[in-house]
Design a protein. Sequence first.
Length: 148
Amino acid sequence: MLHNFVEYIGTPSQCCVLGFHNSTSTTGGQTYGIAMYDNSKAFGSQSRDISAMSHEVGEWQNDPSTVNPTPAWGNIGQVQGCQNNLEVGDPLSGTNFTDTVGGFTYHPQELAFFAWFYHQSPGAGVHGWYSDQGTFKIPAAACPPGGV
């Protein structure tokens, strides 16, 4: 966990990475994740307290080595173009909700369900939803080959 700390890719102009997850090997190595706990308010409502952390923990659980394949999806959330892995936070990046525990209100990020990626009907969630707060009520749109 990083407190009000972000990273960049290569140069500071490639800012900001709020978290990521991966493994030391795609065949069962040690998995890990890094995410920021944000109370800086530097990113507005898009990243608050545990939003980046909930995004990364959800993805780490579903796609620890970042190679858990799905049908191609994209052009939603933080994804421009197409991708084909089970990154349950990416399509809903910035879609946070509130949960009050012990008098403190947290802002976890909403996450997509397996059924959304695999076009299952009905969805496996309550009310047939495809995400934990019901933003996704239909499966992912197919993404054309080549990422257009």
